[in-house]
Design a binder for this molecule. Sequence first.
Ligand SMILES: [Zn+2]
Length: 138
Amino acid sequence: MRCPICDQKLSVKNSRESVTGHKVWRRRMCQSCNTVFSSYERLRPENVTVIKASGKRRRYKREKLFGSIFKTGIITRELDFGNLAIITEKIIDDIEMEIILSMKKEISTKELRGKASKVIKAHNKQMHINYKSYYINE
Ligand SMILES: [Zn+2]
């Protein structure tokens, strides 16, 4: 990686794996201007297709899932936006890990929402109730 300020090489000063070993955090420092950065590396599902109820196929996008879960959190009104963004990221990390472990390259919207529902339940009860009424019992 290169420094965005002076375009010189960054060196890794420190790194830490998450408890599960599925994520890595690194502190990097520019060899020229000494600016310090952090970076995160995590495993993400690749080339997964979501099949909608209409039969339309779309590439899985983390951002779309983030939007639906974050929206559920807004309706729930328990958390400020900052904390809601943090919990939403954690929920999506867990859902993505389930997708990876299922080893499926195709997933229906229904299946994806089922996985999301299960994971959200483990994180926040009220968000789960709202997610279900919005996305499961529609
Ligand atoms: Zn620099």
